[in-house]
Design a protein around this ligand. Structure first.
Ligand code: FAD
Length: 435
């Protein structure tokens, strides 16, 4: 059963998620010339949820996906649904003011709630389990977690959070390498491909026209943008670019130049005995440690350990994901030494220079919107971005404008040299992270 399929092909990667996907209903290829209020490029969480939000507000919507629905990061990720948007949002205080910083902070909680509500309201079968833990690997991390916890309590959000010291950590994880943890019962984990497929069904039930194998090849800007595909065309009032790490440079170099693809990878073990599951993760939570090169993991519905990590910035996938990632897994859980790996896969995370999701509209064509660069923290933030774009299209742009105000750097080096440059930059941050 071990998967050795290429990580990037036109079909879904041979992942655990693909093997356990609910109905993968194929969608037609666009082969005609259509007109809609809104055209969306990209069939991941950003695009699908924007289509839901807009269809609910009465817009006619067409969504173009180059490959299959959920083919990108949304159908491949660690499935960790974690509070928070961006990193160190304080750094934007000069640009967005104290109110802006506070609003993004609050949206970090709202984003998780949007996912929970969507799953509940539409009964999406994606094994959503609440319970998540930040893990400290150094004393400095424990200081940060304590400060986070205190801040949460001070603002009346302490319910569901618990700080665990090293001698208490066996309550949640059977590993000896951590110095402590912050438990968050309002975050959790889910089956991301089944969430994306379930949401796509919701969108279609609302009348969204969805096309697969329909890559947008050219955008013609104007009062009524036109989007060309190999066999069709969409004319629209508004266009939303939601291709994230897979968008490339050709459609719009302004948007594509601000997001860099970085690879992240996962292993799925064979199903573990119930006794082993109870030993390693007794409360079925999700986990991530606090390093730049973090490990993230949780159990699947059928008792496999899904273990992710290994960020690559060079644009090259590791030749053997199992070989590269297994030492990390066995360091966290020596009990699993030699465990059989049934699936291995990876996908591309969209990275921006300042780690704040890029949610905005083009200066030279304000009816073209974009949402991207969530780094490894997009399961929640994509759903928030979708809501903000829908708010902006219905003249309630206050929250959207907070993000739109922030300037984002275009990565130097163009498509050829920017990945090696980022790889060199990240080496420096990894070095700093050693202390
Ligand atoms: C391995 C991995 C693990 C991760 N783990 C987590 C996690 O545990 N928790 C978390 O919160 N986040 C995680 N993330 C990040 C999260 O998955 C992403 O931020 C999120 O899924 C982004 O969704 P999206 O819709 O913006 O992009 P994607 O899901 O990547 O979708 C973009 C889509 O656009 C399509 N597209 C691109 N160009 C075109 C075009 N020209 N025409 C038509 N379609 C086009 C692509 O084919 C793709 O399907 C992880 C990411 C990866 C890769």
């Amino acid at each position: 059963m071990s998967s050795k399929a290429p990580v990037h092909s036109d079909n879904y990667p041979d992942s655990y998620y693909f093997a356990t996907a609910n109905a993968l209903e194929p969608q037609p290829q666009l082969s005609e010339h259509i007109s809609v209020d809104v055209c969306i490029i990209g069939g991941g969480f950003s695009g699908i949820n924007t289509s839901i939000e807009l269809a609910q507000k009465g817009f006619s919507v067409a969504l173009l996906e180059a490959k299959r629905i959920g083919w990108g990061a949304s159908g491949r990720n660690g499935g960790e649904l974690i509070r928070g948007i961006g990193h160190n949002v304080e750094q934007f205080r000069n640009e967005i003011g104290s109110e802006g910083v506070q609003a993004i902070h609050e949206m970090g909680f709202e984003a998780v709630e949007i996912v929970r509500q969507r799953v509940k309201q539409h009964q999406i079968d994606c094994n959503l389990q609440m319970g998540y833990c930040d893990l400290a690997t150094k004393p400095r991390h424990m200081t940060e977690l304590s400060a986070d916890y205190q801040a949460m309590c001070d603002e009346g959000r302490g319910d569901g959070f618990k700080l665990l010291q090293q001698d208490e950590i066996s309550q949640v994880i059977g590993s000896e390498i951590y110095q402590g943890a912050l438990v968050d019962m309002n975050s959790g984990h889910l089956h991301p491909l089944n969430l994306a497929l379930g949401e796509a069904r919701v969108a279609r039930s609302l009348g969204v026209q969805m096309f697969e194998n329909s890559a947008a090849t050219q955008i013609i800007k104007g009062d009524k943008p036109k989007v060309l595909t190999e066999h069709g065309q969409v004319d629209c009032q508004y266009l939303v670019l939601a291709g994230n790490a897979y968008i490339g440079h050709k459609l719009d170099s302004h948007v594509g130049g601000k997001v860099l693809p970085a690879g992240s990878y996962l292993l799925a073990t064979e199903p573990l005995s119930q006794a082993m599951c109870d030993e390693i993760i007794p409360q079925n939570m999700a986990f991530a440690d606090m390093r730049i090169d973090l490990d993230y993991f949780h159990l699947s519905q059928d008792n496999r350990l899904l273990f992710g990590g290994l960020c690559t910035y060079s644009g090259n996938d590791p030749r053997d994901i199992n070989k590269a990632l297994r030492p990390n897994l066995e360091k966290v859980f020596p009990q699993l030494k030699g465990v059989k790996i049934d699936y291995e896969w990876g996908g591309m995370i969209g990275i921006g220079a300042n780690r704040l999701p890029q949610i905005g509209r083009l200066d030279d064509c304000p009816n073209i919107f974009y949402a991207q660069a969530y780094a490894g923290h997009g399961v929640n933030a994509t759903h928030m971005a979708a809501k903000l774009i829908a708010e902006a299209l219905t003249q309630q742009a206050e929250r959207f404008d907070i993000f739109n105000k922030v300037k984002h750097m275009t990565f130097p080096g163009g498509p050829t040299f920017r990945s090696p440059m980022l790889a060199a930059g990240m080496l420096y941050h990894r070095f700093k992270d050693l202390f």
